[in-house]
Ligand binder design. Structure first.
Ligand code: HEM
Length: 413
């Protein structure tokens, strides 16, 4: 069997599908759109998601990412219900308040863009999970989550004093806070259209532990990802003045149209965010160039044949998003930041910043919405300068401009 392994005619296949070893583990790297679709979508049941055991312990093994089959399908339905356009339409003005407060607090200071974006995206994540009700618990949730995240990449040694141990303690405290919120909601019996409401309202019923694992999981999935993309947008707009000018002009048209409608509420609406095609293309192009999730991990649950090659059971399979997004055959001059390339829709399965298939990102609409709202206020009211030339990339674990992109922000006169 192993002679057939990723080989045809006795030679290993290089190119779009090839074999390698990472940390002693045999892996199949997949960098063609067709093969990525096969693994993530058409034959997704043959490839289960796989993560380090320590991550599973911290987020909770019943979180959506680690599961397959009926339980996964049920969670997905509940998560999508809370994050589809119909549900998040109602929180545009609350996101706007978070954005304007954040921007205001950065004025005149040297800031680490990534750190501040994390704070913005964390607040939006809490809003989408708990609505506005649980303001009382926000600081405690924040405190515990910040301790928890310090342990994500630590050695999984659960002894007093270690980062991992502190992290696990914070994880327990988070679950207790969530149990308190859930019990209060059960007593009050109000309907909630946020994510917690969706988890609690399900007729089949999730246990408190399942809800806790998934709330913590969604915070994890929502915060650093969106914050990294926003950080890259600050960099690319800063380096491309003509693109920044076009975005600013598009956003000013919306500001002016609101000023003309005297007496009406000036808050941004869902409809306003649909009038931002240039800004949306900047987001699309940033997602492509930065490809903050360079790849994802799967594991073959049985021997699988693909295009005449055999992928043995237990082998890891890595769809390489970044390689697909940076292929010159698909995106000419791939290293160039050029939002106009998205004036034409990309070919199917060639663009997947939010993944593909059964585990594709259910939070993508919310991520795009919060970025559009922040960019609306950023470009119309503020200017920023980068503190020094920042050309390096660091991984934490998502791709990020070096040192989190230190900048200075000031108001436009
Ligand atoms: C720009 C920001 C974001 C990017 C680039 C991103 C990207 C991704 C990708 C590529 C996946 C699929 C991973 C895989 O197949 O292994 C994923 C899954 C997921 N994302 Fe996002 N994401 C972002 C923001 C968000 C937000 C804001 C939320 C929640 C509000 C969210 C919630 C999730 C969840 C729950 C999953 C797991 C889905 C499942 O396993 O069925 N993400 N994301």
């Amino acid at each position: 069997m192993s002679s057939l392994l990723l080989s045809r005619g006795g030679t290993y296949l290089y190119g779009s599908v090839f074999k390698t070893h990472i940390l002693g583990c045999p892996c199949v790297m997949v960098s063609s759109p067709e093969a990525a679709k096969f693994v993530l979508s058409t034959r997704a049941h043959l490839f289960k998601p796989t993560f380090p055991a320590s991550k599973e312990r911290m987020l909770g093994k019943q979180a959506i990412f680690f599961n397959q089959g009926d339980y996964h399908g049920k969670l997905r339905k509940l998560v999508l219900r809370a994050f589809m356009p119909k549900a998040i339409k109602n929180i545009v003005s609350d996101i706007e308040t978070i954005a304007t407060n954040s921007l205001h607090s950065w004025v005149g200071r040297s800031i680490n863009t990534f750190q501040e974006m994390k704070s913005f995206t964390f607040n939006v994540a809490l809003l989408s999970i708990f609505g506005k009700d649980e303001v009382l618990y926000r600081e405690d949730l924040k405190r515990c989550y910040y301790i928890l995240e310090k342990g994500y990449n630590s050695m999984p040694i659960n002894l007093p004093g270690t980062l991992f141990h502190k992290s696990m303690k914070a994880r327990k405290e988070l679950a207790q806070i969530l149990a308190k919120i859930i019990s209060t909601r059960r007593k009050l019996k109000h309907d909630h259209s946020d994510l917690l409401g969706s988890f609690m309202g399900d007729k089949e019923g999730l246990t408190d532990e399942q809800i806790a694992d998934n709330v913590i999981g969604v915070i994890f999935a929502a915060r650093d990802t969106t914050a990294s993309v926003l950080t890259w947008i600050f960099k690319y707009l800063g380096e491309n003045p003509s693109v920044l000018e076009a975005v600013t002009e598009e956003q000013l048209v919306i500001v002016r149209s609101k000023e003309e409608c005297s007496g009406q509420d000036k808050a941004l609406t869902w409809a306003d965010t649909k009038k931002m095609p240039i800004t949306s293309r900047v987001i699309q192009e940033t997602l492509r160039v930065a490809s903050i999730l360079s790849f994802t991990f799967r594991e073959a649950v049985e021997d699988v044949e693909y295009d005449g090659y055999l992928i043995p059971k237990g082998w890891k399979v890595l769809p390489l998003f970044r390689n697909i997004h940076h292929s010159p055959d698909i995106f000419p001059e791939p290293e160039k930041f050029d939002p106009s390339r998205f004036e034409v829709a990309p070919k199917p399965n060639t663009y997947m910043p939010f993944g593909n298939g059964t585990h594709a990102c259910p939070g993508n609409e919310l991520a795009k919405l919060e970025m559009l709202v922040l960019l609306h206020h950023l470009t119309t009211k503020y200017r920023w300068s980068m503190m020094s030339a920042q050309n390096g990339i660091q991984y934490g674990p998502f791709a990020l401009p070096q040192n989190g992109l230190p900048i200075r922000l000031s108001t436009k006169t």
